[in-house]
Ligand binder design. Sequence first.
Ligand code: F6P
Length: 347
Amino acid sequence: MKKVAVLTAGGDCPGLNAVIRAIVHRFHDAGGEVVGLRLGYQGLAERAFLPLPLAAVSGFLTRGGTMLGTSAFDPTREPEGVERCRAALADEGIDAIIAIGGDHTMHISRKLVTEHGLPVVGVPKTIDNDIVGTDWTFGFDTAVHVATEAIDRLRTTAASHDRIIVLEVMGADAGWIAVHAGMAGGADAILIPELSLTVADIAAAIRKRHARGKRFSIVVVAEGALLRRDADDPGAQVLHEGGSGRYHFRRLGGIGEALALALEEELQVDTRAVVLGHVQRGGIPTSTDRILATRYGIAAAECALRGEFGGMVALRGGTYTTVPLADVHGIKTVDPETLRDLELLLV
Ligand code: F6P
């Protein structure tokens, strides 16, 4: 194993540069060479290479975003896409690809390995923490940190004005950020795709708070949650579609706005909505994410050095390991134990 190509694909997240840096260090140590691919798999098909000697990654441990750029380019869906990639690997003498990405990138990588025999190692990333096969993804801890700080700040202004403030966080298919930030920030209600809470349920919880003398509340909602007025007539009462409907609804103001409005109507209390958005994805990674990203980078480099392809590096039960890309599909939703604790806290 002499030369490896590294790419980042899908939405960015804090820690991507830390992975690239770790791969460069591990390969340098082993006497190998690393080349970066611009804009994900597009950089392979179009031969957009960026040489990555040690000096190129100096100072990148803490930097957000990705030095390589990112895209959702899928060579298996492009004319001659896979053949262009294969030819680029051969012509450049590249022995392996390390693909850092989310479920879509792992899906592309799985096809490239199993259907086309390309030498790929996967590294999971997403602020959403919803990739099957690994307990944690880097970027998540940073996003939770940002969202928790937002809750802390919203609490003081909500309390000053006797308001309900709804904070909308990312999480298109799973509620990890909402649950962890909500728990860390002491949110009074949390709406996520995994739980079928309604506006009526949240209003009831807030009425109980009011009865205890609390005059303000903080509600956290994941962008992909399903919003219904009550459970009796779910068909007619859908205010916001979860999951794949999210992009359309975000343009219309998002679930946070819809929930704030519904609560204001229900409770006759002044409400505000805050959409945290891409603030959760930018900036420097937390120390936890830097460590996770660095260790994933080293693990992926070592897979490539051993000539082991078709796997995704992962952290399971506190152990760094590898899972077959063939097993990485679907969405990892919030586990039942966490949901149980959440429900106990919100009573
Ligand atoms: O990285 C995943 C994610 O953060 C989702 O939670 C969110 O819906 C999506 O990315 C938004 O990405 P973009 O605006 O870049 O398409």
